[in-house]
Design a binder for this molecule. Structure first.
Ligand SMILES: Cc1cc2nc3c(=O)[nH]c(=O)nc-3n(C[C@H](O)[C@H](O)[C@H](O)COP(=O)(O)O)c2cc1C
Length: 304
């Protein structure tokens, strides 16, 4: 499905398509390969992995919420040792580059996981600095110096391009992104979910067992786009993966114009596992109609 017409470049990383499957919405990719066509994607990011098994939060941990959804999975994952055993032989058989996603509670934990991911064969590591479901509730990506310490440690430990996945809840997204780039990040992913909350009016219970969780889907798009736009304006040319609420090919074009070089699809996969195929078709049709390429649109927003 992907062809030269969708070629994209994310800093040093060549992509056959600007579409990336967002972490946590496509499992560890191989399970998803049974239900989806992987060829429309330039990469698929596996669910975040921690140094040891995390069991995640009890149900309920997904809930519809307005123009989007809430999740509070708690990064359920088998731990890096089991993940490498499960994935090392599978990664080369999949029809898409599988990127790893590292999570941890200290810079050294992130680095240990990143090294494991690379040993399993992932060509790129995304560092999840923005999980909203950690027990102490403190995201690394809310603070430029905490975020940059993690990135610096991961970059020096692992021999692959490293991306920093940031939170739309940061008070100053530009400072956090700049600190990560300065620390050696090859790209920034903007954004993870926004902190959200919902309550069942009948039972009076929170919609998620953990109370506060991550809000994603169409309602997030304007916020994530704003992050992309602000970072791209402050640091022209910085490689950005836009992420948040993408449902159509035109949404992808909006992210490219705001300054993203690639665009991740998340929540859309939960209701439509083959969304990548439709969105790639819509994007290709729109590019053809305009006589444009993906790289030519990046940052092309026209000021008033
Ligand atoms: C159920 C669910 C699980 C997620 N798990 C992860 C995760 O493990 N690691 C991560 O970096 N992002 C995770 N995310 C965030 C998505 O990758 C994405 O950044 C976010 O949902 C915004 O994009 P969207 O609006 O297209 O879903 C998760 C999102 C959802 C909905």
């Amino acid at each position: 499905m992907a062809s030269d017409s969708l070629r994209a470049k994310l800093g040093p990383i060549e992509l056959r398509s600007p579409l990336i499957a967002a972490s946590g919405t496509v499992g560890s990719v191989w399970e998803w390969a049974d239900v989806a066509d992987l060829s429309p994607y330039g990469a698929a990011v596996a669910k975040s992995v921690a140094p040891v098994e995390w069991v995640g939060r009890p149900a309920p941990r997904l809930a519809p919420a307005g123009a989007g959804m809430l999740n509070g999975i708690g990064i359920q994952n088998p731990g890096i040792g089991a993940w490498v055993d499960m994935m090392a032989d599978r990664i080369p058989t999949l029809d898409v580059p599988v990127w790893g996603s590292a999570v941890g509670e200290t810079p050294d934990e992130f680095a240990m996981v990143a090294k494991g991911l690379v040993s399993a064969g992932v060509p790129v590591v995304e560092v999840n600095l923005s999980c909203p479901n950690l027990e102490d509730g403190r995201m690394f990506s809310l603070d430029p110096s905490r975020a940059s310490r993690v990135i610096e440690t991961v970059v020096s430990a692992c021999d692959a391009p490293v991306g920093a996945k940031l939170s739309p809840n940061a008070e100053d997204i530009v400072s956090v992104a700049a600190a990560c780039v300065e620390a050696g990040a090859a790209f920034v992913t903007l954004t993870n979910t926004a902190l959200g909350f919902g309550v069942d009016p009948v039972t009076r219970r929170p919609l998620l067992s953990g109370g506060v969780g991550g809000y994603s889907g169409p309602g997030l798009k304007a916020i994530s786009l704003r992050c992309v736009y602000q970072v791209a304006r402050a640091m022209p040319g910085v490689p950005i993966v836009g992420c948040g609420g993408v449902m159509t090919g035109l949404d992808v074009i909006e992210y490219l114009l705001a300054g993203a070089s690639a665009v991740a699809l998340g929540t859309v996969h939960l209701a439509e596992p083959r969304a990548g195929r439709r969105i790639a078709r819509e994007l290709r049709r729109e590019l053809e109609r305009r006589g444009e390429t993906v790289p030519a649109l990046v940052g092309g927003v026209v000021p008033w």
